[in-house]
Design a binder for this molecule. Sequence first.
Ligand SMILES: Cc1ncc(COP(=O)(O)O)c(C=O)c1O
Length: 87
Amino acid sequence: MMIDDAHASGVLGAGGAGTVDHFGLHGRVDIQVGTLSKAIGVLGGFIAGPPHLIEWLQNRGRPYLFSTSRAARRRRRVRRGAPDHPR
Ligand SMILES: Cc1ncc(COP(=O)(O)O)c(C=O)c1O
């Protein structure tokens, strides 16, 4: 079972623990994804799952690779003295 917890993290469950806690599904969910852009209020997200899935995503997941390259480009801009967040 996979749960997209985008609208439940920080809202449902004890202390905002999310869907798994709200419905008592501990140990029954294989993959859990979520965003930090809603209740948490920042940029980013998360995936939790078995080690072989996480390793595969780290090596093959295109958004993961692209977000890594964006950070490197930003570092180069900052090193040149350009603003971190151009307007
Ligand atoms: C169910 C669900 N999953 C994931 C997302 C992704 O959110 P974001 O692109 O803001 O990280 C959204 C955004 O609305 C969503 O509704």
